[in-house]
Structures are given as structure tokens and as C-alpha cells.
Design a binder for this molecule. Structure first.
Ligand code: NAG
Ligand code: NAG
Ligand code: NAG
Ligand code: NAG
Ligand code: NAG
Ligand code: NAG
Length: 325
């Protein structure tokens, strides 16, 4: 009987320790393009500022997210419902042109906002954050099968492709991108020389290598919302990885007790030359959050005291069981 307690205790401890350390090897770095366009149905166009559409699976809300009111230019998103068999994978396109300005202005961020029922989640209970996206950028009103880098360069396109996550010590505020204290942007591509807030060519706050690229961290220190940006070293067009590491390593005070409340993916649209339209098309995208033991070793180290207390409590329970029987 008492061996039963001991074995159960040791197994639990092992699972716990393994959750923190063993899983480090388990980061998915599969960035193979699937070549699959999700066959979205009930297609509709969102062309106006302030428009949004929630899909039939209630997995995402698509937002046009016009951030300015330039004198010229336009943007239209094509959104719809992904067939249920694709789970929460979906796709959308956005065609736009905005006039150049000096300094360059971010005019819109057409995006898909995850309606995951796992959000908000306390960061100490954040196991996995899937970011799966396959997309293309090309010149004209239609989606292209392969990104036309030379073409968008000729069109003078200034844009980025990024996932954004929001964090706050307050659970409700973390779910509101406009209200959360911290925004974490993951820039997978940047065209036409646009750079994240706080970019410094000589130094970054941190470097992380995974998902087929190197990410460097920059931050502005703006109030009321601070932005941390992880910038990829190369222009990706396919990304399939767990990005929870990019959250667990942020230099935030009381990070693990704060909440991750919102998660979205889209393109930041600045401008193109001469009113040339460009089209961003996500063939496939999926944003997913899995609660559970964090995988990051840093968390284990910082949580050392708490773990120690727990281990002690378990030992006492095991010993107690032994004395009582
Ligand atoms: C990578 O992902 C693709 C598409 O999901 C899959 O077909 C392939 O088997 C995966 N490769 C590895 C090495 O896991
Ligand atoms: C979304 O669209 C609806 C109308 O369809 C509107 O009432 C609502 O305010 C919009 N929400 C946001 C956050 O823009
Ligand atoms: C899709 O998202 C919904 C809402 O968050 C969730 O309940 C469901 O489990 C997800 N389905 C899959 C296949 O991930
Ligand atoms: C692209 O769409 C815009 C807006 O609907 C339209 O004015 C323009 O003529 C289209 N261009 C082409 C080449 O179809
Ligand atoms: C894109 O790929 C699809 C499927 O392979 C094909 O039917 C279509 O013709 C291609 N479009 C272009 C513009 O090459
Ligand atoms: C991404 O592509 C753009 C083309 O506009 C180029 O200017 C930029 O240097 C590329 N970024 C990286 C990191 O290679």
C-alpha cells in the first residue's frame, strides 16, 4: 500500500518535472507548406471601417481594423465559413492600397481574432500557443499561389505579417486588445523597410531560435500599452509552431501570474505606390491555445520555490500515508 503512495508521488513529480524540462525537446519546428487552400464557404466582402464577421463555427471574428482615415485608398477583406471538418483552420484574404506618407503610417490591420474558449489563460498555466499560417502576398486584386516579392517591392508595398497577443494582470482587460497593458507582436515578415516599435539594429532584448527562424525581441516603452515585438530574421510565408516560448520568456514583471487574453493574426498595411492594390491571402491559418504545465525551463527555474514546497508537501503526504497504515 505505502509503495503505492510512493510510486504515485514519484510519478506525479516526474510528470511535473518533465512538463517543465523534457518537453523542451518537443517544440514543433515543422514549417512544411501544405499547399492547401481552405475552401471557405458563404464568402462575403468586408470593405468598410469597423466591419467584422464571426464565422459559423464561432472560431474567429474577422475585423477590417482601419486605424486611420487616409484621403485615398481602400481595403476589402474576403471572409467566410470554413467547413467544420477542418476544425478551427480557416483562411481569408485582404486586398488593399493606402497612400504613402512620411513617416510611414500603419493604416489598417485586417485580421482574424481567435474566439478560443481557453482564453483568457493565466501564463503560469500556458502550455502551448499554436501559430499555424500559410499565406502569400502579391500584386493585384486576386490571391496568388506564391508570394511575388519582386512584384510587391516594385509596387512599393510597406507591410508586415504578424500574430498579436495581449497580456494584462487583469483577466478582463487582457481580453481587450485596446485595453490590455501589453501587446506582444510576432512579425513573420516585413516588406518595404517597415520596422517594429523600438527596433534597434545594434541590439535586441533577447534572441530565440525556433520554428525555422531566429526571432529578436524589441520593445517600445509606450504608455498605456507597451509593445513587445519578436521579429523574424527572414520573411516567412509558412509558419507552424508552438510560440508559447515567446510569451514565457518576456521580461515582464509578475509575468506568470498575468493573463493572456487575446490572440489574432493578420497583415499590417502601410502603403503602396500609385494606388497599386496588393493582396494578402492566408491559405490556411489556425490559432490555438492549450492550457497546462508550461514547457519553458525558465519557468521551472523561477517557479523553483513553489515546486520545492509542492515536492515537500508530496513527500509529507507519502510519509504520512506510511505512518498511518
Ligand atoms: C509537417 O506537416 C505536414 C503538414 O501538416 C505533414 O504532412 C508532415 O508529415 C509534417 N512533417 C513532419 C516531419 O512532422
Ligand atoms: C461588429 O459588427 C457589428 C455589426 O455587424 C457591430 O455592431 C459591432 O460593433 C462590431 N464590433 C466591433 C468590435 O467592431
Ligand atoms: C475550435 O474552437 C472552439 C472555440 O474555442 C473550441 O471549443 C473547439 O474545441 C475548437 N475545435 C478544435 C478542433 O480545435
Ligand atoms: C481592383 O478592385 C478595385 C476596387 O474594387 C477596382 O477599382 C479596380 O478596378 C480593380 N482592379 C482590377 C485590375 O480589377
Ligand atoms: C493556383 O493553384 C491552383 C491549385 O493548384 C490552380 O488551380 C490555380 O490555377 C493556380 N493559380 C494560379 C494563378 O497559378
Ligand atoms: C523581406 O522582403 C523585403 C522585400 O520588400 C525586403 O526588403 C526585406 O529585406 C526582407 N526581409 C528579410 C528579413 O529578409
Amino acid at each position: 500500500m505505502r509503495h503505492g503512495y510512493t510510486i504515485a508521488g514519484l510519478t506525479l513529480l516526474l510528470l511535473w518535472g518533465c512538463g517543465g524540462v523534457c518537453a523542451l525537446d518537443a517544440f514543433d519546428t515543422n514549417t512544411t507548406a501544405t499547399g492547401l487552400w481552405i475552401p471557405v464557404q458563404n464568402i462575403r466582402d468586408l470593405c468598410k471601417a469597423g466591419q467584422n464577421y464571426t464565422d459559423a463555427n464561432r472560431a474567429y471574428t474577422f475585423y477590417t481594423d482601419h486605424l486611420t482615415t487616409p484621403k485615398s485608398g481602400w481595403q476589402c477583406m474576403e471572409v467566410g465559413d470554413a467547413p467544420f471538418r477542418y476544425g478551427n483552420e480557416t483562411g481569408f484574404t485582404s486586398t488593399w492600397t493606402w497612400p504613402p506618407s512620411s513617416p510611414p503610417a500603419l493604416n489598417s490591420y485586417p485580421h482574424a481574432h481567435s474566439l478560443s474558449t481557453q482564453l483568457p489563460v493565466q501564463i503560469s498555466n500556458l502550455n502551448t500557443v499554436w501559430l499555424y499560417a500559410v499565406w502569400t502576398y502579391g500584386v493585384g486584386n486576386g490571391t496568388v499561389n506564391n508570394t511575388d516579392t519582386a512584384g510587391v517591392e516594385r509596387a512599393g508595398m510597406k507591410a508586415f505579417v504578424a500574430a498579436e497577443l495581449f497580456i494584462d494582470a487583469d483577466q478582463a482587460r487582457s481580453a481587450d486588445p485596446g485595453d490590455a497593458a501589453t501587446k506582444v507582436a510576432i512579425w513573420l515578415a516585413a516588406y518595404g523597410g517597415v520596422l517594429p516599435a523600438g527596433y534597434d539594429s545594434k541590439s535586441s532584448l533577447q534572441t530565440q531560435v525556433f520554428g525555422g527562424t531566429t526571432f529578436k525581441l524589441y520593445s517600445d516603452n509606450a504608455s498605456p500599452q507597451t509593445t513587445y515585438t519578436w521579429l523574424a530574421a527572414s520573411n516567412m510565408t509558412t509558419f507552424y509552431s508552438d510560440v508559447s516560448q515567446l510569451i514565457h520568456s518576456l521580461p515582464l514583471k509578475q509575468r506568470e501570474s498575468q493573463y493572456l487574453g487575446a490572440y489574432r493574426f493578420g497583415t499590417g498595411a502601410y502603403s503602396t505606390d500609385n494606388g497599386t492594390p496588393v493582396t494578402f491571402g492566408t491559405q490556411v491559418m489556425q490559432l490555438a491555445v492549450v492550457p497546462g504545465f508550461p514547457k519553458s525551463a525558465g519557468v521551472l527555474a523561477r517557479g523553483g520555490v513553489r515546486w520545492g514546497v509542492l515536492a515537500g508537501a508530496m513527500l509529507l503526504a507519502v510519509l504520512g500515508g506510511r505512518w498511518c497504515i
